[in-house]
Design a protein around this ligand. Structure first.
Ligand code: AMP
Ligand code: ZN
Length: 452
């Protein structure tokens, strides 16, 4: 599986993470169903934007991109996104790109203008089929030089860009002359290096479909003479309060921004995962009014899971008998079938999450009339753990779980103090927890705690 990765010219924004979370869900799903996954994600560390920015700052391109490469991996881990097997950087694969361009030259798909090499789209009859764009017969022969362009510009694109003074120190001396690769060639050259000329899945956001993926197909099919990709999967965009996220609209957020407004990584992951990947996902969020909208909803869902987990932990503490309640087996069987069926149905995440919450509801209903054994609670916990191999939102964030053990201890100490009629101490603990946003509830089944 090949995934178009970040252009490392800035911190990744929340929209980028929608793409990476979709790809994470896909790779975990494939693994869940027993497939072996080799995922390659490129790091675009040389193209128009990075060259421009590093030259403006007067620093080396590699120095400029290193900061964003590092932050990208930090964010990746914060959101629990599984690491791909390979992260090839464009600047480390110039010879492979030159080799592919030479193949295209040899096969007659290119022409040269002032030292730059262009792909002639009229030489490839399938050009435009993926994104359903029609190369305008009158316009073919016209060229486009920028790395990114719109559908109106269905034109011959640059494979190799001859050095210009604007590029400063960024150039490679190669058999094609002094210059640098166009943006599109890296994905064709690097996917083939790591996955071969024909592989299973290629992903990216819908904005990549044209021109980037269209150009990748043209380069790979014409250069290597193989089928290239079996299945293209594109995620729809994340939008904010109904609008496109952009710097000029002032609604542009990085992961760090969103966390700084008090949203946990687990809540953010849940939100980004919660809509089907082919549907627009609208984030309702307003830091000025403090409206956490979508994140509040995501937190509500996770709170329900957490309350349920606390309940299971309490049942296990009681150390009841080992019998298995057939009603529990039935609930888990039904939920598993629903979970796996939805997952296999093009990652139908609503169905998947629906299965999780139906299971919780069914067990809660059972608990209202029946007691279940600690063995039953174990089985339910195991099921949640198994599902979390795909979702990775059920277990708490690392910091939260650290807190959880400490809070359990404090609650225990408070109960001890109450038994010993040391009410000053028990009140003190209650107040301390309250100041941390933890509410204690004394119920017939023992003491529970939850976050405000
Ligand atoms: P970029 O760093 O711009 O090349 O983008 C990296 C990945 O994020 C690509 O797969 C893009 O298609 C995807 N992407 C960019 N913006 C959004 C967005 N608003 N919503 C979802 N995916 C996006
Ligand atoms: Zn790509």
């Amino acid at each position: 599986m090949y995934t178009c990765g970040p252009t490392v010219h800035n911190f990744a924004h929340l929209g980028n993470f929608r793409a990476y979370i979709f790809e994470d869900l896909l790779r975990r799903t494939l693994k869940y169903f027993g497939y072996r996954v080799i995922q390659v994600m490129n790091l675009t560390d040389v193209e128009d934007k990075t060259i421009h920015a590093s030259n403006e700052l007067g620093i080396k391109l590699s120095e400029y991109t290193k900061k964003y490469k590092d932050s990208f991996f930090e964010d990746w881990d914060i959101l629990r996104i599984e690491r791909a097997e390979y992260y090839p950087a464009a600047t480390e694969h110039i010879p492979e790109m030159v080799d592919l361009i030479q193949r295209l030259i040899k096969a007659g798909h290119t022409y040269e203008v002032d030292g730059s090499v262009y792909f002639r789209i009229s030489s490839f009859s399938d050009y435009g089929k993926l994104a359903n764009v029609q190369p305008d017969k009158l316009k073919t022969g016209l060229r486009v030089d920028s790395d990114e362009y719109e559908k109106e510009d269905v034109r011959d694109f640059a494979l190799w860009k001859a050095w210009t003074p604007q590029d400063g120190e960024v150039f490679w001396d190669t058999p094609l002359g002094r210059g640098r690769p166009g943006w599109h060639i890296e994905c064709s050259a690097m996917s083939t290096k790591y996955l071969g000329t024909h592989f299973d899945i290629h992903t990216g956001g819908v904005d990549n479909m044209f021109p980037h993926h269209e150009n990748e197909i043209a380069q790979s099919v014409c250069g290597y003479g193989d089928k290239f990709v079996n299945l293209w999967m594109h995620n729809a965009h994340l939008i904010i309060n109904g609008e496109k996220m952009s710097k000029s609209l002032g609604n542009f957020y990085t992961l760090r921004d969103i966390i700084s407004y008090g949203n946990s990584p687990r809540v953010i992951r849940y939100f980004l995962m919660s809509a089907h990947y082919r549907q627009l996902l609208n984030l309702i969020f307003d830091p000025v009014t403090g409206d956490k909208g979508s994140f509040e909803n995501a937190k509500g869902a996770l709170d329900r899971i957490d309350e349920f987990r606390v309940k299971l932990a309490e049942i296990k503490k009681r150390k009841t008998n080992d019998s298995i309640d057939p009603a529990v087996t039935k609930i888990l069987g039904k939920a598993s079938a629903a979970f796996e069926g939805a997952l296999a149905n093009d990652l139908d995440i609503s169905g998947v999450l629906g299965a999780v919450f139906s299971m919780i509801k069914d067990v809660n209903r059972l608990l209202a009339s029946n007691d279940i054994s600690s063995r039953d609670a174990d089985l339910i916990e195991e099921k949640l753990k198994d599902w979390d191999r795909v979702l990775d939102v059920i277990s708490p964030d690392k910091e939260e779980s650290f807190d959880e053990a400490r809070i359990d201890e404090l609650v225990e100490e408070r109960n001890r103090a109450r038994r010993e009629k040391d009410f000053a101490r028990s009140d003190e603990i209650r107040d301390q927890l309250a100041s941390e946003g933890i509410i204690i509830q004394d119920t017939a089944d023992g003491t529970r705690w939850r976050k405000k």
